[in-house]
Structure formats: structure tokens, C-alpha cells
Design a protein around this ligand. Structure first.
Ligand code: NAD
Length: 255
């Protein structure tokens, strides 16, 4: 039975104004899904919606900070009102930290990173779950990171946030499998997007993710390569895949 295959389904993609989220939104729409583009960046979100519209797809944007419960409620209300249900949620929006070791991590860097990367997916997933439970099916896909699998890929805050995302995914998978809801994650390696290290004065580490990449094995991936894995995990092709963390990284996790 096709329960979470994209065609005709309501899909929420966060962080879809840019990078991996944008590529996932376009790909879901291309496969016939109706897509809610959720992002802080109004211009980028509207551009994604317009691009989907030009390709004769269906999309709507909700703009705001996803760590704000009111924005989360607006996302869910809009998706249910527009699509009649939410079949897939992709928790993808995220920010880098300043690459700081724990001793140099100030409260702002810690709280901002955890709030956007971990608390926002918690809030949105909690708000979406009742709709998936009522429908008896749903697919949750999270964008974790190589930094959720190892200690040397980012600063303390980002590393903790992405380990936290993977913990959420595994717990969701166990807690909701009997209700027909699956939760999985991709763990991207370095990918060409607009993400930036939030490096201010005093921060150590590279100013952008570029120099970091040069120390890793493998090539730089594209947002489209990450999106393909997200759409796979969301679909019925992955019906028996639950609680998995899929590295999409040209073998970095294997080193
Ligand atoms: P990106 O900066 O191109 O896109 C991230 C999007 O999230 C942006 O459009 C931004 O406006 C949005 N966003 C940020 N904070 C938000 C908030 N509070 N509310 C709503 N929207 C918000 O970066 P990307 O690389 O496409 O990042 C997507 C995900 O991939 C992130 O979770 C990131 O941690 C993860 N990731 C990226 C890489 C990489 O190398 N690019 C590697 C591993 C993991």
C-alpha cells in the first residue's frame, strides 16, 4: 500500500529556502508531492515555491523561526489546511556553530545551535505527530550530519545537537513503529550549500566550511545527492527502514 510515496502527498520540508532543503522540496514536488516550504528566509522560501510552480508543482511557503512554537503551529495548520494531512515531515533546517571547543563555547553559541538544530525539530515533530497518528501512517526524515556520528567534524554545540538529532530519530523509531510511523536520518558529509560557520571575533576554526572539507576524505557532495537520500527514506521504497542513519558522504563515515 502506498502510504508515504510522494505523489499527491503533503510534505513539509524545513530549511527549504536553500541548500539541501530546497533540493529536497524540488525533488518531492517533481515526484508529485505537495510541498510546504518552511524557512526563516522569506525571499528564498518564495523562490523555491515559485520554482516548483513553474514546473507545474504545488507548494506553499510559511516563513518564520522554527524554534518559535507559534511558527510551528502555523506550519502545521497551513499544511493540514492546504493538503488535508501531513504524510512526510523533513526536519532539515539547521545552522553551524562557530567550531568552538567546549571551553570556548559561550552561552549564545550553545543555545542558538541547540535551539535551531534540536529543539525546533522536537517542536515540529511533536506538532505533526497527532496528524500522522490519526492517519495511521507517516514518515519523518531528519538531516543529521557526519558530526552526529563522530567528534571531529564540528564544534561542541553542533556535534551535541546532531548527536541529539540521531537520538531523537532512534527513539521515535522505537516508540511509534506500531503506529505506522517511521523515523530516519541522513548524515551528510560536506555538501555545497549556503551553510556557514557562524565564526565571529575570537572563534577558532575555518570561516566557512570549505577549509574543513579539505581535511576530509572524499569529494564535496551536492544538495541534490542529499535530497535523493531524503526522498528515498521518506518513500515506501524504505518501508522496512526505521531508525536508520544513512551516511551520504562518499565514504567519510567508513574511514
Ligand atoms: P543552508 O544554509 O543552505 O540551508 C539551511 C536553511 O535553514 C536556510 O535556508 C536557513 O534560512 C534555514 N534556517 C536556519 N535556521 C532556521 C530557523 N531557525 N527557522 C527556519 N529556517 C531556518 O544549509 P544546508 O547545508 O542546506 O543545511 C541543511 C541541513 O544540512 C542542516 O541541518 C545542516 O546542519 C545539515 N548539514 C549540512 C552539511 C553541509 O556540508 N552543507 C553537512 C552536514 C549536515
Amino acid at each position: 500500500m502506498n502510504t508515504t510515496d510522494p505523489a499527491g502527498r503533503g510534505v513539509i520540508v524545513t530549511g527549504a529556502a536553500s541548500g539541501i532543503g530546497r533540493a529536497a522540496a524540488l525533488r518531492f514536488a517533481d515526484e508529485g508531492a505537495r510541498v510546504l516550504v518552511a524557512d526563516l528566509d522569506r525571499e528564498g522560501a518564495e523562490a523555491t515555491v515559485e520554482e516548483i510552480g513553474r514546473a507545474k508543482g504545488t507548494a506553499v511557503a510559511v516563513v518564520g523561526d522554527l524554534s518559535d512554537q507559534r511558527v510551528v503551529d502555523r506550519v502545521v495548520d497551513t499544511a493540514v489546511g492546504t493538503f488535508g494531512g501531513i504524510h512526510v515531515l523533513v526536519n532539515n533546517a539547521g545552522v553551524m556553530d562557530r567550531m568552538s571547543a567546549l571551553g570556548e563555547t559561550d552561552d549564545d553559541e550553545w543555545q542558538r545551535t541547540l535551539r535551531i538544530n534540536l529543539t525546533a525539530p522536537f517542536l515540529l515533530t511533536r506538532a505533526v505527530l497527532p496528524h500522522m497518528l490519526a492517519a495511521g501512517h507517516g514518515s519523518l526524515v531528519f538531516t543529521a550530519s557526519e558530526a552526529g556520528l563522530r567528534g571531529g567534524a564540528a564544534g561542541a554545540a553542533y556535534t551535541a545537537s546532531k548527536h541529539g538529532v540521531i537520538g531523537l530519530v532512534k527513539n521515535l523509531a522505537v516508540m511509534y513503529r506500531k503506529q505506522g510511523i517511521r523515523a530516519n536520518a541522513i548524515a551528510p558529509g560536506p555538501t555545497a550549500t549556503n551553510i556557514r560557520v557562524d565564526a565571529g571575533p575570537g572563534a577558532h576554526g575555518p570561516a566557512t566550511i570549505g577549509p574543513l572539507i579539505s581535511t576530509t576524505i572524499g569529494r564535496i557532495g551536492s544538495a541534490e545527492e542529499q535530497a535523493a537520500a531524503i526522498v528515498f527514506l521518506a518513500s515506501d521504497a524504505a518501508a522496512f527502514v526505521n531508525g536508520a542513519v544513512l551516511p551520504v558522504d562518499d565514504g567519510w563515515a567508513a574511514t
